[in-house]
Each structure stands twice: as C-alpha cells, then as structure tokens.
Design a protein around this ligand. Structure first.
Ligand SMILES: Cc1cc2nc3c(=O)[nH]c(=O)nc-3n(C[C@H](O)[C@H](O)[C@H](O)COP(=O)(O)O)c2cc1C
Length: 311
C-alpha cells in the first residue's frame, strides 16, 4: 500500500507533466502562513499509547443519520478541479461511495447536479444574489443531494497568492439571512467555514452540521487552525473539521478533540490523478487510523476522547 505522501508525490509529477496549473489548486493566501500553522498545530499534538487491552477496532461512523465506513470524507471542491479530470465530480461521488463515505461537492460546478446518480452533500457559495442561492437550493432538492450548505468563509472570495477569485460576487451573510436560507429547505443544512467560537454557536443554532475550517488556508493568511477553535467549544451539532488533515494520526487528533468527522481537500485533487485514487487515499487514511486505534486502546471511533492526546 502506498502512503499518503507517496500518492501525493507521484500525483504532483503526473499532474505537472499533464500541464495542470498546480499552484492554483494547492496554493494558499498570500504568504501561506495559514497552511503552515495548520500543519504546525497538528504536529504539536502528541498521542498517548494505551496498549494493554484486546482491541479489534471498527471505523464505522454516522453522518446525518447515515452509516459511513469511516469518519473521513472528501471536502467540497469547486469546478477548478475540472483541470485535473473533466469527470471529477462523477468520480468523486462514485469513488467515495465505493469507499463507503458520503461525497461532498463544491461550487460552482458546470455539471448538471441532477445527473449525479448517487447521494452527495452540496456546498454552495454565499452569493450576493440571494435568488441564485434559492435557485440552487431548489436544484439540490430535485437532485440526489442529501444535504445542502454554504461555505460562509468564501464571503470575500478565495485568495490564492495575491489573486482573488470572486465567483461572480459573494458577501458575508448575516445570521438572519442564513437562518432564512436554512429554513427554506427541507434538506439538512450545513454551515462550512466557521473559525471562531461565536460563529460556531451562531451557526449551530440553525444547522444540522457545522464544519470548522479555514478553507485550507485559501481565504485569509495567519488564520488559527480549526483545532484551536474545536478545542474551545462545547459541541452542539454534528461537527466536522478540515484544513491540513492528511494522515490517520491527524484524524485521531481531531476525534480526540471531539470532532465527529474530518474532511480532506487537496488530497482529493491529487487522488484524481489515479484511477480509483480517491478510494485508495481514503482506505490508506482509514487503515492508518485503525492501526493507531489499536495502539491507543479505542474499539469505536465514538470512544476516542481527549485523554488520547496532549494538546
Ligand atoms: C482546489 C480547491 C477548490 C475548493 N473549492 C471549494 C468549494 O467550492 N467550496 C468549499 O466549501 N470549499 C472549497 N475548497 C476548500 C475545501 O473544501 C477544504 O475546506 C480545504 O481544501 C481543506 O483543506 P486541505 O486542502 O488542506 O485538506 C476548495 C479547496 C481547494 C484546494
């Protein structure tokens, strides 16, 4: 089995040879300090071993009431990823389900959302044009989407290096606006991109799930790591984290700090360089997590708690 780092290394070579613009896919805002901090915070957390016991761990988890094979899912990615594979969204959906987890899809996407054959989570943008948001939610409801959400941290666009991608105009949405949007859909509603205690509690009051994230360091430089916020909140709704998570040990650290699930972003971009690459990378991370659970004495992912780490 290849390691995550080997998959990423080989994928970068393949994609560079294909002429894919890697810098726009993997870059971060301005000096890239957020990306560095995401890694530094994860690496600063130590895992305690607890090996006396007879452990056969299970990764089985739940997400919005559905059983999933492990608490790791692909983060929503935008149409930018089409430069890697024009059929990326169909592949992300299929390969996620092949690995037993729920696929998340970003925005904008040129694919006909209605043509996706298996369920998915659809994260749309906080567009200035409110009617457009409602139209997209209507499309979601007519499709196989199992939940819909908004990445509120795109409010000022995505900034890679010094270039801002505005996707036709976005805005910061007020709590009232978000409540209104959430209440118009019968689908579960998700807020992605909270990075403060206040936003976490505000978003939790009208959402079914919240993702604490700094958008993988693509919206602001010098952001805190999502784990620094996760560690400070009392969990209210299903809570995920993303931004910099790569290894089974990273996932264990998030679960120890009370996350329910972890999303991986750029690893999905790299995985798309290989046929069934997404399924492979999810399985590698799952195997790593299972191995660490043997060594930390956890039989179920739901049992993993703060005692497992020093933070
Ligand atoms: C190329 C690319 C496109 C992205 N597009 C979206 C998007 O459309 N919607 C969204 O919510 N997040 C988007 N994200 C952010 C990811 O969902 C996720 O928050 C981030 O990549 C996690 O950090 P990681 O890449 O270090 O794992 C995108 C990220 C990348 C790298």
């Amino acid at each position: 089995m290849r390691s995550v780092d080997e998959i990423i290394g080989e994928a970068r070579e393949i994609l560079s040879r294909k002429g894919v613009n890697l810098s726009i896919l993997e870059g971060g805002t301005e000096r890239g300090l957020t990306i560095l901090r995401n890694r530094e915070v994860l690496d600063s957390i130590g895992i305690k071993m607890r090996v006396i016991g007879d452990i056969e761990p299970s990764l089985s988890s739940k997400f919005l009431g559905r059983k999933i094979s492990m608490p790791v899912m692909p983060a929503p990615l935008s149409g930018l990823v089409k430069s890697v594979d024009a059929r990326c969204f169909h592949r992300i959906i299929k390969e996620s389900w092949d690995a037993g987890v729920v696929p998340w899809i970003g925005y904008p996407i040129q694919d006909d959302v209605e043509s996706f054959e298996q369920p998915f989570v659809w994260i749309i943008k906080p567009m200035k044009d409110r009617d457009k948001i409602y139209q997209e939610i209507e499309r979601a409801e007519k499709s196989k989407a199992l939940a819909v959400g908004i990445d509120i941290d795109s409010a000022a666009g995505i900034k890679v290096g010094k270039s801002v991608i505005a996707y036709g105009g976005m805005k910061a949405l007020s709590k009232k606006e978000l409540e209104d949007i959430a209440s118009t859909t019968k689908l579960p509603f998700i807020v992605k991109g909270v990075l403060s205690e206040k936003d976490y509690y505000d978003a939790s009051s009208f959402s079914d799930a919240v993702v604490i994230s700094n958008h993988g360091g693509r919206v602001i430089d010098s952001a805190v790591s999502p784990l620094e916020i996760l560690a400070n909140v009392e969990k209210v709704v299903e809570t995920g984290v993303d931004s910099g998570f790569r290894y089974g040990s990273d996932v264990l650290k998030a679960l120890a700090l009370n996350a329910d699930f972890v999303l991986i972003g750029r690893p999905v971009v790299y995985a798309l360089a290989f046929e069934n690459g997404l399924k492979e990378i999810l399985e590698v991370i799952g195997e790593e997590l299972k191995r660490i659970m043997v060594l930390t004495g956890f039989k179920e992912v739901g049992e993993i708690n703060r005692e497992a780490v020093i933070f």
